[in-house]
Each structure stands twice: as structure tokens, then as C-alpha cells.
Design a protein around this ligand. Structure first.
Ligand code: FPP
Length: 230
């Protein structure tokens, strides 16, 4: 893995626009989500083959339960299918797969698949793929603070360590596809110094070329972390 400070080690993505992609083609939204899963496979391969160690994807937010029941069950079904198919594939590719979020509310089979993913792929050295599912940034911070209750003199580092991303670098880059300019409760604590890229492309159409453009732009950016350039 590259460790050049100008090269990102962690990219996080808000994968927005599946519904509009389908609507533009007069298809049901579920087909947009299915196409979105194909983009996950493509972009994950691209990220890891470029020597970037961490990819974090926002797949289902704590707010997404408010969508129509048929769409929610479609997304839960796609997630289960994704795990079944990809645990062996990612194991072969040497990629660790983590699910970040409160998965305890999901069905038993999905919970077992999430544990299986962790057990089979934990510590593999080829990269880390985090799928955020039933994830919300505020809920993550509340959970972290509760886990530290009783501790005095809590430091920023203490909080970082008990977030779902504990032990991982903060995202250098956050990408949101689909044209909206919002962070939507994603990685609130970890994004303090992330470079944020909003692109109009709908997630199913997001390409390796666009990823490369973002990485190149990031590499040319002077990250000052609140200081001034030297
Ligand atoms: C937003 O599109 C997309 C999501 C709800 C999250 C992304 C989900 C996937 C790529 C598929 C499921 C993921 C896994 C890991 C199986 P939208 O529906 O909000 O699009 P719109 O803004 O055009 O309506």
C-alpha cells in the first residue's frame, strides 16, 4: 500500500442516485439499486488496485427505514445477497469486509453473515471494505460516548478508537454522487478534515475515470489541517 501523504489511504462514498438512474429508464427503483451493487464491485476493485487501503460505502442509513416497505425489503435482500456472494470473493482477493452500523436489528441470517464476513476476512492485508448498513453518524457518536461512560478526561483519540472505524485512518476523501450537496449523517466525527467531492453522476454510472480524476485532484490539494502552508 502506498503511504505517500499526497495519496489517499481512505476513500468514503455516499452512493446516491440509484432511484433516479432507474426512473430515467422507466424502470422500478429496485433495478437502480441492483445496478448500484454492480458499481460497488467495479469501484472497490478500482480503489484497491490503486493501492488505497480503505473504502467505506454508505449503503443504508438509519433514516432509510422511512422508505416504502417494498424498497426497504429490497435493499435488505440485496445486502444479504451481496454478503453471500462476496465473502468468498473478497477472501480470495485478500480484502477485509466489515459492516459498520447497528446490525442487531436485521434478520438472523444476515447477522450471521455479517459475523462470518468479519471472521473469515479480518486481518487480510489487501485492503479494507467497510459497508455502512443501518448506520448513522450521530448514532455512532452516541454509541461511542456511552461506551466511554465512567471514564474521566475523555480525549479525541479515545472517541476515535471506539467509533466503528476505530483503528482505521480517517477518510481523506468523501465522495457523494447524485448531485446533492449534503453529508447526510455520514462519518460525522471522522470527516473533520476530509476533502469532499460532490459529483452529479448517478451512482450506477460512476466510473473508474471519475475516481481517478478525484484522486488526482486530491493529490494536488494542499491539506493544511487548520495550519498555514509551509
Ligand atoms: C441511494 O440512491 C442509494 C442508497 C439507498 C444506498 C446505496 C445502495 C446500494 C448501492 C445497493 C445496496 C447496497 C448493498 C451493499 C447491497 P437513492 O435511492 O436515494 O437514489 P435517488 O436519490 O435517485 O432516489
Amino acid at each position: 500500500m502506498k503511504s505517500d501523504a499526497r495519496y489517499p489511504s481512505h476513500i468514503a462514498i455516499i452512493m446516491d442516485g440509484n432511484g433516479r438512474w432507474a426512473k430515467n429508464r422507466h424502470m422500478p427503483r429496485s433495478l437502480g439499486h441492483r445496478e448500484g451493487v454492480k458499481t460497488i464491485d467495479r469501484i472497490a476493485d478500482a480503489v484497491f488496485s490503486r493501492g488505497i487501503g480503505y473504502l467505506t460505502l454508505f449503503a443504508f442509513s438509519t433514516e432509510n427505514w422511512g422508505r416504502p416497505e417494498s424498497e426497504v425489503s429490497g435493499l435488505l435482500g440485496l445486502f444479504k445477497k451481496y454478503l453471500k456472494k462476496n465473502i468468498p470473493i473478497l477472501t480470495r482477493k485478500n480484502i477485509s469486509l466489515n459492516v459498520l452500523g447497528d446490525v442487531s436489528v436485521l434478520d438472523e441470517e444476515t447477522v450471521a453473515l455479517v459475523s462470518d464476513a468479519y471472521e473469515k476476512t479480518h486481518g487480510l492485508g489487501g485492503g479494507v471494505l467497510n459497508i455502512c448498513f443501518n448506520y448513522g453518524g450521530r448514532a455512532e457518536i452516541v454509541r461511542a460516548v456511552n461506551s466511554l461512560s465512567g471514564k474521566t478526561e475523555i480525549t479525541e483519540q479515545d472517541i476515535s478508537e471506539v467509533l466503528y472505524t476505530g483503528g482505521m485512518p480517517d477518510p481523506d476523501i468523501i465522495v457523494r454522487t447524485g448531485g446533492e450537496h449534503r453529508i447526510s449523517n455520514f462519518l460525522l466525527y471522522q470527516s473533520a478534515y476530509s476533502e469532499i467531492y460532490f459529483v452529479d453522476t448517478l451512482w450506477p454510472d460512476f466510473s473508474e475515470a471519475e475516481l481517478d480524476k478525484i484522486i488526482a485532484d486530491y493529490s494536488a490539494t494542499d491539506r493544511r489541517f487548520g495550519k498555514i502552508s509551509e
